[in-house]
Design a protein around this ligand. Structure first.
Ligand SMILES: Cc1cc2nc3c(=O)[nH]c(=O)nc-3n(C[C@H](O)[C@H](O)[C@H](O)COP(=O)(O)OP(=O)(O)OC[C@H]3O[C@@H](n4cnc5c(N)ncnc54)[C@H](O)[C@@H]3O)c2cc1C
Length: 403
């Protein structure tokens, strides 16, 4: 079935790459998502194909083996992957945030060391701010890193909700290096913590870094979300993001910068899942008959379709605008917050409307909308909840319009 059209202009390159990813989603992700979701199993064969397609290196510069594409094109790709299954975009997204952190703040040595392996997907990244007692209020985090006599840093503490926590080989982790710093954010540093991918109890040079069993979740299955436990884990000073001289005490600012692009990321996921729920509703409403005609001919159903399509288009336009501003080097904090807020709420709204259109069958595992219904709420939480987005938007609005 043809999908609903879009108002977004694409360059020939963007059209070619999004066509390729859409075909990949149609042929490889959508037919297999139900299996991996039901088993909560890491979709290794899909990830292997994504490596071959170069999807882990989309934004990494060509000199490091990536495609060197911009955030706008990346957002288009994320939309297509999420239309297939948001767990697949989750495997790429924290990796993307890690590569963004390295490209923007990493030292030359760090870029040389990690980016080529990240571009191929051989080395994948995770991004860790949250802790068991801390999510929105990042400055209250408790994990620490203390310099030892031999010049390394010793990390201690517990992290929570780390997407790709097990399968990643490096984790960009924010910890306190100066617990007495005022303001508190000046005492936080981002470390590039290395570990063995897929191993829960690290030994040898990575001893003291363990990954407890994955958290059991409502949706967003297949991609693991884990705690991380640092217990005397040694991290060399050269693994401070940007190097010790440039990066010590800068972690909070670095992570907040990365969250801004992360918000465009999540917004694109919202567009993808909203788009898919619209496609499912368009199809089902023309197949299902009630009161002697396809339900699509009942005006109440058409109104739902109309609202959904309008939300999808608006969410996509806002997401693209935020991405394009960022690519143009313009301020995009307000726009990224708005896009994340609108597109994640639109994703949930469209999934719910599509679920309603499916009637009782929407509640059955036989229909794809059941998975989308469990997956969509994550959008309201990750990269800052809707409440936090409203706080960001309000603050930025007042800054821009100060009288
Ligand atoms: C599946 C999944 C994957 C995740 N992946 C990652 C990851 O890879 N890396 C990572 O670091 N984190 C990750 N997270 C964590 C996520 O970023 C946090 O859950 C999120 O930031 C919210 O934090 P919290 O859960 O502690 O909620 P809290 O901060 O405890 O908030 C609880 C409620 O209070 C509201 N609230 C909080 N403060 C205010 C306020 N000032 N005003 C109004 N309302 C407020 C919130 O909006 C929310 O409704 C993930 C979470 C999930 C569920």
């Amino acid at each position: 079935m043809a999908v609903a059209g879009s108002l977004i202009d694409k360059t020939d390159e963007q059209q070619a790459i999004t066509d390729m990813v859409r075909q990949f989603a149609d042929e490889q992700i959508l037919p297999n998502a139900e299996h991996y979701d039901a088993e909560d199993e890491f979709p290794e064969p899909i990830v292997e194909q994504m490596k071959e397609l170069g999807l882990f290196g989309v934004t990494i510069p060509e000199e490091y083996g990536g495609m060197g594409l911009d955030l706008t094109t990346y957002a288009m790709i994320v939309e297509e992957l999420s239309r297939g299954w948001i767990s697949i975009s989750g495997i790429v997204n924290t990796h993307f945030i890690g590569s963004y952190l390295l490209m923007k703040f990493g030292s030359d040595g760090q870029k040389q060391k990690y980016l080529p392996q990240m571009a191929t997907g051989e080395l994948r990244a995770a991004f860790s701010l949250s802790e068991p007692e801390v999510g929105s209020d990042v400055q209250s985090l408790k994990a620490t890193a203390k310099k030892t006599d031999d010049g390394d840093y010793e990390l201690n503490g517990q992290k929570m909700w780390v997407t790709n926590g097990l399968m990643s080989g490096i984790v960009f982790v924010l910890v306190k290096t100066d617990p007495d710093a005022e303001p508190r954010h000046r005492g936080m540093t981002c470390f590039i913590a290395e570990k063995e991918a897929g191993v829960s109890e690290n030994t040898g040079e990575h001893a003291g870094f363990s990954v407890p069993p994955k958290i059991r979740k409502l949706g967003y299955k297949g991609v693991e979300s884990t705690e991380l436990v640092f217990d005397g884990y040694r991290c060399p000073a050269e693994n401070v993001l940007g190097g010790e001289d440039a990066g010590l005490g800068k972690g909070f600012a670095q992570m907040m910068d990365a969250l801004e692009v992360g918000r465009v990321n999540v917004a694109a996921r919202g567009v993808g899942i909203a788009q898919r729920s619209l496609e499912l509703a368009l199809r089902y409403s023309q197949e299902r008959k009630a009161f002697g005609k396809p339900i699509a001919e009942h005006q109440a159903i058409q109104f739902k379709l109309a609202d959904m399509a309008t939300q999808v288009e608006a969410a996509r336009l806002m997401t693209m605008r935020a991405a394009r501003l960022k690519d143009a080097g313009e301020r995009s904090d307000l726009e990224a917050g708005m896009a994340k807020l609108f597109a994640s709420e639109a994703g949930c709204m469209c999934v719910e409307q599509s679920f309603r259109i499916h009637g009782g069958y929407g509640y059955s595992k036989e229909y794809e909308i059941e998975r989308l219904y469990r997956d969509a709420p994550l959008l309201l939480i990750g990269e800052g909840t809707s409440e936090i987005q409203r706080m960001v938007i309000g603050k930025k609005l007042l800054q821009r319009h100060k009288i």
